[in-house]
Design a protein around this ligand. Structure first.
Ligand code: HEM
Length: 176
């Protein structure tokens, strides 16, 4: 704790100091953020399938389809909260909030992938899901509502799949 406070105080005064999450907490948060991807992917696929069925008139929007859209949105919002905490500490440890260090780090693909591509891609996906949910709720009929959920959530799924740092593209990352 003392270390944590000391390094926070020194943050802006030294090129060496930074702030860090306690190790156990950092590991738990990364593991939760990493594993939560599968919950999001399953919910997204279900919301898309339900949306498609509603769009083709096989299911009403109220009930399963709307609930699945809402659960997906909540799961992504939870991921954003964890992601923002991780982002702050990730940037602190990699750049010490110094412009010069940030410029140097931008040349390293492992850093750029998380700091720019991952964060921006996921924020775009989150906005798409919120727009899709709100448009589906305001739609004039069930077919239209199902179509909105289907289209917006499908695009969000593609953006998320492209923004996840998969281990086959980033060997330093894991499956869980
Ligand atoms: C649908 C949303 C998201 C998904 C599915 C997701 C998924 C992931 C995955 C799979 C990892 C790799 C974890 C590992 O290597 O063990 C990761 C890392 C990370 N994510 Fe996300 N993420 C999402 C949103 C966000 C957002 C919105 C932010 C920040 C604005 C963010 C910030 C981070 C950071 C900083 C790391 C690196 C953590 C570290 O190694 O220190 N994520 N994310």
């Amino acid at each position: 704790m003392i270390d944590f406070i000391t390094s926070s105080v020194l943050l802006f005064g030294s090129s060496e100091a930074t702030i860090q999450l306690p190790e156990g907490l950092a590991k738990a948060l990364i593991a939760a953020h990493s594993g939560w991807r599968y919950i999001i992917l399953i919910l997204l696929v279900m919301a898309i399938i339900y949306g498609k069925q509603t769009a083709s008139g096989k299911k009403p929007f109220e009930g399963g389809t709307k609930k699945m859209g809402m659960f997906t949105m909540i799961a992504v919002d939870i991921q954003l909260l964890g992601g923002l905490v991780l982002y702050f500490f990730f940037m602190a440890s990699q750049t010490m909030f110094k412009m010069g260090k940030l410029k140097d780090q931008m040349g390293i693909s492992e850093f750029r992938n998380i700091a720019v591509e991952h964060a921006i891609g996921m924020l775009i996906a989150l906005v798409l899901i919120h727009i899709g949910y709100s448009k589906a709720k305001k739609a004039l009929n069930d077919t239209e509502a199902g179509k909105k959920q289907y289209v917006f959530y499908l695009i969000a799924l593609i953006v998320i799949l492209l923004s996840i740092p998969w281990p086959f593209l980033h060997p330093e990352r894991g499956w869980f």
